[in-house]
Ligand binder design. Structure first.
Ligand code: OTD
Ligand code: ZN
Ligand code: ZN
Length: 345
């Protein structure tokens, strides 16, 4: 077994950078690990149109380290007021690469999201026409539905009808967490792909809840049973180009995570590559890692693959306990206090 791997520089097809002062931390971290990132639009207020995206892009750019060719790929946040004209205008900007659907209320900063997909079908038709992918947080928004069943319910009630109605719409089912999602993606046409996070490949709901609650493993969609984790890691390591990296790295200050009402989100911008390598190695599938991290996402988005490389070495290391964040706050990385087996040189 080789102790060193040189692979295509990875991209991250799903990241949260937040806004304003948070960008001082999140942008350099993202630029250290990734060449390009799909930037989620769930800021406060959300990124709803071309003007918002251009202004946010400019704020991000101020924090890109000197000499780095890091590239933020912007997205729009779909609301009940999104129109086909907004889609056309966003596409024409050249900086907007996708549109994100949050069913209202399902995750952090999603109150401005959508409760009925049917009304937005003209918007989806326009996205299919101009070639903007729809990125979906695939959870049912009905709060009565059990939190562990929300992904499956969304797939059955919303996603299958949408894909059947507009099969030419390119869809990324984001951060999939169940074998049902894997089966949906495998059964759908080639316009449908999925991202997978490090936490959903490595941990299950026991990791979150058994032997003491672990707030830093609390994210949405919530970690599921072991059979689901196994289906996810099998999909990720299968070499099927429908499945690719999307860390869902989501910064929340330590004080907001370790609280009586803790925020959802795992911060993995600086550790995700190591986590993925470890997850793939456990499946004896390190030969599939490069394409998952560096090829399939670019192919799906119709962008060129990166030509630069990174080198991973098999070397035990422990991430810092925390990173400074905002004024007197800290971010706790996924994997804090653990020994990770692969390090980016
Ligand atoms: N999940 N936290 C956040 C977003 C994601 O659903 C997501 O994409 C966040 O903090 O923005 C989380 O747990
Ligand atoms: Zn989401
Ligand atoms: Zn996310």
């Amino acid at each position: 077994m080789s102790n060193q791997m040189t692979i295509t520089f990875p991209d991250d097809w799903h990241i949260h950078l937040r806004d304003n002062d948070a960008l001082k931390t999140t942008v350099p971290h993202a630029a250290q690990s990734f060449k390009r990132v799909i930037v989620m639009p769930n800021t406060t207020p959300p990124v709803k149109n071309r003007q918002d995206a251009e202004a946010y892009y400019a704020r991000i750019q101020k924090h890109i380290p000197e000499g780095s060719d890091f590239q933020p790929l912007m997205t729009l946040y779909l609301t009940p007021d999104t129109t086909p004209e907004i889609i056309e205008d966003a596409k024409a900007s050249g900086i907007v690469h996708a549109v994100k659907l949050y069913p209202a209320g399902v995750t952090t900063n999603s109150t401005a999201g959508v409760s009925s997909l049917k009304n937005l079908y003209p918007v989806f038709e326009k996205m299919a026409e101009v070639g903007l992918p729809l990125l979906i947080h695939g959870e049912a928004s009905d709060p009565e539905i059990d939190i562990f069943d929300r992904e499956l319910t969304f797939i059955e009630q919303e996603l299958k009808p949408l894909h059947a109605a507009i099969p030419t719409l390119r869809i990324v089912l984001e951060h999939i967490t169940t074998k049902d999602a894997v089966e949906f993606v495998l059964g759908a046409n080639d316009n449908v792909g999925a991202t997978l996070t490090p936490q959903h490949l490595l941990f299950n709901r026991n990791s979150l809840l058994s032997g003491g609650i672990k707030p830093h493993l609390y994210c949405l969609p919530i970690l599921k049973r072991e059979i689901h984790r196994q289906a996810l890691i099998k999909a990720a390591t299968s070499g099927n180009p429908k499945f690719f990296i999307g860390t869902d790295s989501a910064p929340h200050a330590q004080s907001a995570k370790e609280s009586s009402c803790g925020c959802a989100g795992c911060y993995s911008a600086l550790t995700a590559i190591s986590h993925y390598a470890e997850a793939f190695e456990r499946m004896n599938a390190l030969d599939k890692l490069e394409a998952f991290l560096g090829h399939y996402g670019a192919d799906f988005y119709g962008l060129p693959r990166n030509t630069e490389t990174i080198t991973l070495v098999r070397e035990d290391w422990t991430p810092p306990d925390s990173y400074p964040y905002l004024e007197n706050e800290h971010l706790i990385p996924l994997g804090a206090k653990q020994v990770l087996k692969w390090k980016v040189k």
